[in-house]
Design a protein around this ligand. Sequence first.
Ligand code: AMP
Ligand code: MG
Length: 533
Amino acid sequence: MKPLETATFTNSFVDELSGDPSRENVPRQVPGYHYSPVRPTPVAAPKLLVWSEEMGAELGLEQPPEQGAATELLAGNRVADSMRPYAARYGGHQFGNWAGQLGDGRAISLGELPGQDGRRWEIQLKGAGPTPYSRRADGRAVLRSSVREFLCSEAMHHLGVPTTRALSLVSTGDQVLRDMFYDGNAQDEPGAVVARVSPSFVRFGNFQLLLAHEETDNLRALADYVIRHHFPTLGATSPDSPEVYVAWLTEICRRTAEMVAHWQTVGFVHGVLNTDNMSILGLTIDYGPYGWLEPYEPGWTPNTTDFTNYRYAFGQQPQVCLWNLTQLAQALTPLVPDPELLRPALNQYVATFNRSHHVRLLAKIGLTASGNEEADKQLVGSLLPAMEGARVDMTLFYRHLSHLAPRLLAGESAEELATQLLQAASYAAPEAAESASLRTWLGQYAARLRQEPATPEAIQDGMLAVNPKYVLRNYLAQQAIEAAEAGDLAPLHTLHEVLKRPFDEQPEHEALAARRPEWAATKPGSATLSCSS
Ligand code: AMP
Ligand code: MG
């Protein structure tokens, strides 16, 4: 383990792709290039607020003191000699409409460090100041949204969901003006910078913009770069042949399907699934107005910007990711002789998602795929509307079910246990008529559970290992933010620690596993969020 300031960075993106020769750091179009070299703009008084020990250990880095050389690097106040900082050029579809050039408007990649297995991780500062892609915005991020990104990306990792990571959260000592509710009442908020980490930050939108500008050589160079570094087994035999691009898209589709299947079974709502927020590695990326389902409700999104169409609501995510993948396939058409060659990859997405979603849901209720697949599909298929009808909290429901499974197997009355389950997990009255389907379902489930060959203990252990007790409930994040803004970091640190072991009981933190309190159902920041960050 060594101090960050002694680390030597590599810069494959900058070394191997095509860079903007201009150093003019003003908003502009950058046709013809993959990125613009740009240095972070220093901040007033950087202070390290949170450090991810696990990510640090992966990179061989020791935890830095609150202030000093490492924190200066993590705030963008200092650039190491080995770094070649850059902002990437990309475009994207925002809410279904082509938006043209977007790019890293406030994220600046510093360079790469090797992980424990020698593979490289890119370190990127979010909120590091303006770049040529900042358009009309300031290049900064507020503490509120930075806490949200730090906590959630690390929590997702510990849940086993593919995601970009966070290394550090630094407060800047600067104020940042934001109109949080888009109501004309802009206010100063404390600024912050998150150092986030990923093998790559390339998005679907990087390729889309190159198609839009007919930059086919750049398109091919970027595809080959990504394959060479991140999908090395694919390109090994015959690089840049159409078969390699087809196999690559197929793998992107497979990974994206697995990622969304994870989201749908932990209750994560991304909130802004624009194509510029889709990672080419199938990682959850760009934590903005995301949220966690509390009452199970497929139509729910926390993002107020999406309240007219609900395009990115929980239940829409699998479909929207397919739409996004279709845009990516479109962007890759110049690399293959016949666009039809790309279609099977999209079919692969649908097949992988359906399979993975089904198997994950089965595991959540303690079942292994049986010979009677149709019956199992029906059982799982009837659970989701029943959960919605009964207004059960998604996390509490599965966690309690894990504890009830052995009791159902021991012959306790399903009717009796249904009442207990509803009392523990529902936002409605347990006797509500809308809960009838869930009661019926539990009886059917008990019958199916008895066909499982595993012991009751093994079934329960399996369920507790996939049904988290602790997730980043929307109001918990907001409480940690409000405390941090007032100078109290304890709730933030506690939440960070507890979410590292989401499947462990941690009885001393029971309060963080509680049902959402009534006041949080409508509170801005908890129930609703905007893109202002
Ligand atoms: P997002 O909705 O956060 O994914 O951002 C969409 C686009 O807006 C990306 O190109 C971002 O870089 C850019 N953007 C968001 N916030 C800012 C900001 N404060 N300053 C500059 N660019 C920003
Ligand atoms: Mg984004």
